[in-house]
Design a protein around this ligand. Structure first.
Ligand code: HEM
Length: 416
């Protein structure tokens, strides 16, 4: 069977140093040079980058039996999230998916607009006073405040959780990129800052769970829905640890993804697209800057993609970032143009997967879209945002696709 083409790299580390130096640039060059399936080696790990809708559908949906999520990155993320939806263990994953999915039904978020408006009020007042804002930080603060209310109906200081989540995500990405991760041998070898951040999150979340268990009149939020869904099932009660794992997973997966995508939306839409449909603005922002820019699967049985051998024990990488900019499927792919998502525009199925595909498709898809469209509509209803000059804006890919620094914008109030 044929071996897919790809760069040789160095004898020991393969292409690891090129990937670490500029992941997006390296992967973009690789598909340009070698095509839609590229064989890569990162130290001892062999992987295939696949960049075609058919191959992506093959891995994430059609040939599920040949792939699972027991990857290096999943193992490192599990150090924080425990055995929840991001677990490599199929039984644990199924149980949590069955439990969490109902808590994210669209009808659960019918009134979310009012909550978002309440939280945006003080932010808008501050924008009018300060006028120069870092849109990245603003969106981080706003989305974590929304997440805490949706999840726990709590008044805890969002800043407390935000800082801890940032440390956890940064440290986890550093360990994913490192060829060797000592903390996989013993959890005691985690960095002190990481241990402290996880400890801070645990303290807050366990406290919220214990109080909720005692609460006679539970508020309508995700935590209550998780408890109720499980009790109605008549299964064994969810332990505090399982609830904590579910809650932390949702905070980690939902916060930075949505916040970063929103800042990309404002950075680009403020160039004359303010009157476009907010849902189309957001869809276009996560086409060009999909928060989950890379998806990994482990190969559990030998497979063949487009005639190339995909060996058991290796992994497969799918990059929504690359696929969303594939010239074969997107006209003028680098141009920000929300009208691509207007109803009558033709699109290739599975060439757009900001929320993934198959059974692991994002549980927060509806929620993220609803929150984002509401925020975009409200901001552009009241403000014109203008990027301050002399700010080179670049990407800084980690677990999510972040900006490489603050992005300062002038906020001009424009409501009569
Ligand atoms: C713009 C915002 C978001 C983007 C771009 C996004 C993207 C994704 C993607 C691509 C996946 C699939 C990963 C894979 O197949 O390995 C995923 C899974 C997931 N997302 Fe999201 N997400 C967003 C917001 C949210 C929100 C708001 C929540 C919840 C509050 C959430 C919770 C999850 C969970 C729990 C999973 C794992 C699902 C599973 O494996 O069964 N996400 N997300």
């Amino acid at each position: 069977m044929r071996r897919a083409p790809g760069p040789k790299g160095s004898v020991i580390w393969g292409s690891l140093s090129e990937f670490k130096a500029d992941s997006l640039g390296f992967l973009s060059d690789a598909v340009c040079e070698y095509g839609d399936i590229v064989r890569l080696r990162f130290g001892p790990v062999t992987t295939h980058l696949v960049n075609h809708p058919d191959y992506v559908e093959h891995v994430l949906s059609r040939k599920l039996v040949n792939y699972d999520k027991a990857t290096r990155s999943a193992a490192r993320i599990a150090a924080t999230t425990g055995d929840s939806l991001l677990s490599a263990d199929q039984v644990a994953w199924k149980r949590h998916r069955h439990l969490i999915q109902p808590a994210f039904q669209p009808s659960c978020f019918d009134d979310i607009g009012t909550l978002i408006d309440t939280l945006m009020g003080p932010m808008f007042a501050r924008w009018q006073r300060e006028r120069s804002i870092d849109i990245v930080d603003e969106m981080m603060q706003l989305v974590i405040a929304i997440a805490i209310k949706i999840m726990f109906s709590s008044d805890i200081d969002p800043q407390q959780i935000n800082a801890a989540l940032e440390t956890v995500l940064g440290d986890t990405w550093r360990r994913i990129e490192a060829p060797v991760d000592a903390s996989m041998i013993s959890a005691r070898l985690h960095r002190p800052a990481f241990k402290k951040a996880v400890g801070d999150i645990d303290e807050i979340v366990f406290d919220l769970i214990q109080n909720r268990r005692k609460c006679a009149q539970r508020p309508d939020d995700v935590l209550s829905r998780l408890l109720a869904a499980h009790e109605a099932d008549g299964e064994i009660q969810l332990s505090d640890k399982e609830l904590r794992d579910a809650a932390v997973t949702l905070l980690l997966t939902g916060h930075e993804t949505t916040a970063n995508a929103l800042s990309w939306a404002f950075i680009h839409a403020s160039n004359g697209f303010e009157n476009s449909d907010p849902a189309h603005i957001f869809a276009e922002a996560i086409r060009l800057y999909p928060s989950i820019w890379i998806i990994e699967r482990r190969v559990v049985h030998d497979d063949t993609i487009n005639g190339y051998h995909i060996p058991r024990g290796s992994s497969v990488l799918i990059s929504p970032y690359l696929l969303h900019r594939h010239k074969g499927f997107w006209p003028k792919p680098d141009r920000f143009d929300p009208s691509r998502f207007a109803g009558d525009q033709p699109r290739v199925r599975d060439a757009y997967l900001p929320f993934g595909l198959g059974p692991h498709r994002c549980v927060g898809l509806y929620l993220a879209n609803k929150i984002a469209a509401h925020i975009i509509e409200r901001v552009f209803g009241q403000f014109r945002l203008r990027r301050l000059p002399d700010q080179p804006i670049g990407t800084s890919p980690g677990i999510t696709l972040r900006h490489n620094g603050p992005v300062w914008m002038r906020a001009e109030h424009c409501e009569a």
